[in-house]
Every structure is written in structure tokens, then in C-alpha cells.
Design a protein around this ligand. Structure first.
Ligand code: ATP
Ligand code: MG
Length: 489
């Protein structure tokens, strides 16, 4: 007997299958998570009912053909994990002709057959909701307690059937903080080359899960140790042992690992983590000994690196949106480095290069990069200064462009031709609007504009000059506000 707190929707699904005369077990990741004391992120059932029989039992389902899985849709729930509960008939897998998933899916009659096809002992546990009973044919509970990842059956056989399981072992290690059993590791060392036959999309999905786990550094080190990094991102291997200068305590490989780990510690999204991992990927190819500097130089590594990153991500079949963003962040990652003093115009150019929506991501990459060198945290003053400058650079300056009327319209309504009067009048209008923003309407400004251009030129000029001064004062005021908000001068 083992009692977990199971949502009532899940109990109802189990009950419905059993009342219909079928067996019903929770299986896979959700049972593992329950035993680890974690809330499952989805709920999967396995049953001896066939897809049509499952569909007949539930009012609202959809059928995913590949594995005979039927999704049961629960409409009246807030809990995301309960919206779509998957029920898959027992099955065995047959005919692994090419070390990748089975060619055909065959249904099976017993739970035992279904558990036998599963990858790891911790994933081969079933739980009967009605009997509160765990079915554990492979000592999965013991392995979860010991935090061990071990294949169901002989590891070499299981990896020859589906080589992706080797990546999955590493993925679970970095997600769960478990160790891979010795025999399982040995089999990965022996059968790793079979990963070359696996589709890039499947490899990519496991790779992304490693990068998105809480321990990407651990996962990448394990891939390397088990000799399978070369089937995922061979380019990363070239960074191993590439020494840098005094400012860096680590070789390029370790620097990249620490940078991506910090991005995970911060909980950043995939694009930032990939940038963190690849930002110096071309340091090996751009490293030159600088005679004058008497140290290594890496000129242009960000340009080469952007191209290389693009090829890596394309090869792994990442979506274009991700490729574009990561490539762009790698290309400009040097911006906030080295420079003691960045000018406002340089920040403006950078905003134009990377786009307003990406500038904060670039800052975050830079912070991870810095931590990744093993140096102490960035001087907080300098970080705040960067923040203030970015805000300043992105701010719309105060100008006549903010008015609800422009020079062309003013000439139309006033019936006059181009001349200095237009500029004076617009600045005079700006003065009024800065004084009282409610006046910034087409109606008011057109009426008032016509009045202004009828004034003698000298009088209008004086009003215009005064408007310019007020504008500059207001602009300075806004910049001051930004700076004091960030506590910088
Ligand atoms: P997660 O929490 O990441 O979803 P999970 O254990 O549910 O982890 P899935 O990839 O969703 O992992 O797979 C669900 C279950 O299906 C696994 O627990 C395992 O029993 C089985 N499984 C998935 N992929 C394979 C595979 N390639 N070979 C054997 N069994 C697999
Ligand atoms: Mg799952």
C-alpha cells in the first residue's frame, strides 16, 4: 500500500477505465515524481483497453495515432497538468532495425510487457490508483531511493534498440541530480556511436532539456565524459584545453560551462542559455599570440562565433526564431565587456543593432559571461550605470515630434509657405504643451498655431527660442530622473 495525494480528476479517469472492465495504471514520469515527492507535470495512464475502447468511455477525447495514445480532455479544471491526461494501451516494441524507435507499434496484453519496453527502472513503475499499490518489477523504487539511473534489462541491448536512451540518461541525471549506474555508463561508452543514427530533432529535444535543467554544466560534463558530446555538438569539444589570458582562470570549455550554469541559476530562457553556452565557441579558431600585448588575442571571435552558432543550431534543426536571436546575441556579446566607459551614442548604436526588445537580454548574457570567468560580480555601480544608459538611449527625446501637429499641417491650416516661422511656431506650441500636456490635441494646436504665425516674426522668434530652452530643460530633467532612479551620476 502506498498512498499519494492524487487529484480527483485522475481518480475519476482510473475509475472510469476500471468500471468499463479494464485495467488502469499511472506510469512513467508521474509515478517517479510522486515517489520523489514532486508534483507530476503530467499524468500518463497505461491500460489493456484499445484506443477505440478508451474513446468510448470518455465524453471528450482526441486520438494521437502514432502510439495509440488517447488524450482525455478535462474542460472544467484550472490545473494545467490535468487539462490533457494521456492514456496509452499496453504495448511492446518490435523490430529495431536501425537503432532508432520501432518501425511498428504493437499492442500488448499485460502490464508486465509494457513495463519491459521502458527505458529506466525509475520510469518503469506503475501505480494503481484504486488499490493504492505500486507495481515494481525492476527495483525502480530502490533505484529512486539510491538516486540511480539504470536501464531496464541489459543496457547494451536497450541502447542498441533506441540510442536516444543514452541522451535521456544524461538528461535525467541533470534534471534529477541522480547518478548513472556503472553498467549503464559502460554501455554508453560502448554504444555511444549509435547516436549518430538518431534524428537531429530527437537529439535536439533531449539537448534542450539538459540545457533547461537546473544543472546544465553537470549534463554537458557527463556528455563529454561518456564520449557522446561529439554526436551532439562536436564544436564544443574543440574548446577543451584552450587556454586564455590572466583575466580568465579557466579554459574556454570551462568558461562556457560556468556561463551557461549561471544562466540556469538565474532561470533564464533557452535563448539566453544557448547564447551563454556558445558565445565564445569560435575562440579556438580565432586565437592568436599577440606579440605586442604579450598574451593571447581573440579578435573577431564574436563574428566567427555568430556564424558558427548559426550552423550548430541549424544542424540541430532549431526553429528559425531561436537561431536568429541566439546568433544575434552571440554577435554582439562583446559590447558590454572590456569597455570601462561606454558612450551614450555607442549604446544607441547597440540598441539599433540588436533591437530594443533584445537589449536587456544582451545585458543578462554579459552578466553570466562575467560570472563565468570566475571573477567577482560586476561592480554594482557600473551595472546600474549601464542600466541608466540603456534607458536613456531608448528614451524618446522631448521634441516637436511629440506634438499632435506637424509643420506640414501647420502650413496647410495657416495657409503659409515654408520658412523659419514654422519652426518658431512649433517650438512655441511645445512650450505650451510642456506647461500643460492637455493642450496636445489637433484641435487646440491648429487653432493656436494659426494665431501664432500671425504674430510679427520677431515676437514669434522670441516665443520659439523660449520654447527651445524649456524643451532642453525638460529633457535634462528626464535624464536626471533616470539617473537618480538608478543611483548613478
Ligand atoms: P518528463 O517528466 O520529462 O516528462 P518522463 O519520464 O515522463 O519525464 P517522457 O519522455 O515523457 O519522460 O516519457 C514518458 C515515459 O515513456 C518514460 O517515463 C518512459 O517510461 C517511457 N519512454 C519514453 N521514451 C522512451 C524511450 N526512448 N525508450 C523507452 N521508454 C521510453
Ligand atoms: Mg512525461
Amino acid at each position: 500500500m502506498k498512498s499519494f495525494s492524487i487529484p480527483k480528476e485522475i481518480e475519476t479517469v482510473a475509475e472510469t477505465l476500471e468500471k468499463g472492465g479494464f485495467e488502469a495504471y499511472l506510469v512513467g514520469g508521474c509515478v517517479r515524481d510522486l515517489l520523489c515527492g514532486k508534483k507530476p507535470k503530467d499524468w500518463d495512464f497505461t491500460t489493456n483497453a484499445k484506443p477505440e475502447q478508451i474513446i468510448d468511455l470518455f465524453p471528450h477525447t482526441f486520438y494521437e495515432n502514432t502510439y495509440g495514445t488517447v488524450g482525455v480532455v478535462i474542460d472544467e479544471t484550472e490545473d494545467e497538468t490535468l487539462k490533457n491526461i494521456e492514456i496509452t494501451p499496453y504495448r511492446v516494441e518490435s523490430e529495431y532495425s536501425d537503432n532508432r524507435r520501432p518501425d511498428v507499434v504493437r499492442f500488448a496484453d499485460t502490464l508486465a510487457e509494457d513495463l519491459q519496453r521502458r527505458d529506466f527502472t525509475m520510469n518503469a513503475l506503475a501505480y494503481s490508483v484504486s488499490q493504492k499499490n505500486i507495481i515494481d518489477l525492476y527495483q525502480g523504487q530502490r533505484d529512486i531511493e539510491d538516486k540511480i539511473i539504470r536501464t531496464v534489462g541489459e543496457a547494451g541491448d536497450r541502447f542498441s534498440e533506441d540510442a536516444l536512451r543514452m541522451m535521456r540518461a544524461v538528461r535525467f541525471k541533470s534534471q534529477l541530480g541522480f547518478e548513472i549506474s556503472h553498467e549503464t555508463e559502460k554501455a554508453i561508452l560502448e554504444y555511444g556511436h549509435l547516436l549518430a543514427k538518431i534524428s537531429k530533432e530527437r537529439v535536439r529535444d533531449e539537448f534542450s532539456k539538459i540545457i533547461m535543467s537546473s544543472e546544465p554544466m553537470n549534463g554537458l560534463v557527463t556528455l563529454k565524459k561518456l564520449n557522446i558530446l561529439q554526436y551532439v555538438v562536436p564544436e564544443l569539444e574543440e574548446t577543451i584545453g584552450v587556454e586564455q589570458n590572466k583575466a580568465h582562470s579557466f579554459d574556454v570549455w570551462e568558461h562556457l560551462l560556468r556561463t551557461v550554469q549561471h544562466s540556469a541559476d538565474k532561470g533564464w530562457p533557452l535563448e539566453i542559455r544557448l547564447t551563454a553556452l556558445f558565445h565564445d565557441i569560435s575562440k579556438p579558431e580565432s586565437r592568436r599570440w599577440g606579440k605586442e600585448q604579450n598574451q593571447w588575442t581573440f579578435y573577431g571571435h564574436e563574428v566567427l562565433g555568430a556564424r558558427r552558432t548559426k550552423r550548430i543550431l541549424e544542424n540541430l534543426k532549431y526553429p528559425n526564431k531561436i537561431i536568429e536571436k541566439v546568433t544575434m546575441l552571440v554577435r554582439w556579446h562583446m559590447f558590454f565587456s572590456d569597455t570601462e566607459q561606454i558612450s551614450l551614442s555607442a549604446v544607441r548604436r547597440m540598441v539599433a543593432n540588436v533591437g530594443r526588445e533584445n537589449i536587456w537580454d544582451l545585458m543578462n548574457v554579459r552578466i553570466c559571461d562575467r560570472i563565468g570567468t570566475g571573477r567577482p560580480k560586476e561592480d554594482p555601480y557600473r551595472l546600474r550605470k549601464y542600466h541608466a544608459m540603456i534607458e536613456e538611449a531608448m528614451r524618446d527625446p522631448i521634441s516637436v515630434g511629440m506634438l499632435a501637429i506637424d509643420g506640414k499641417r501647420l502650413m496647410e491650416v495657416a495657409g503659409i509657405t515654408p520658412g523659419p516661422k514654422i519652426g518658431f511656431a512649433l517650438h512655441a506650441l511645445l512650450e505650451e504643451v510642456l506647461d500643460d500636456p492637455i493642450k496636445n490635441t489637433k484641435e487646440y494646436l491648429e487653432k493656436r498655431g494659426v494665431e501664432l504665425v500671425q504674430l510679427p516674426e520677431s515676437e514669434l522668434k522670441a516665443l520659439g527660442e523660449k520654447g527651445k530652452e524649456t524643451k532642453e530643460g525638460a529633457d535634462d530633467e528626464e535624464i536626471k530622473k533616470i539617473r537618480s532612479k538608478h543611483w548613478v551620476k
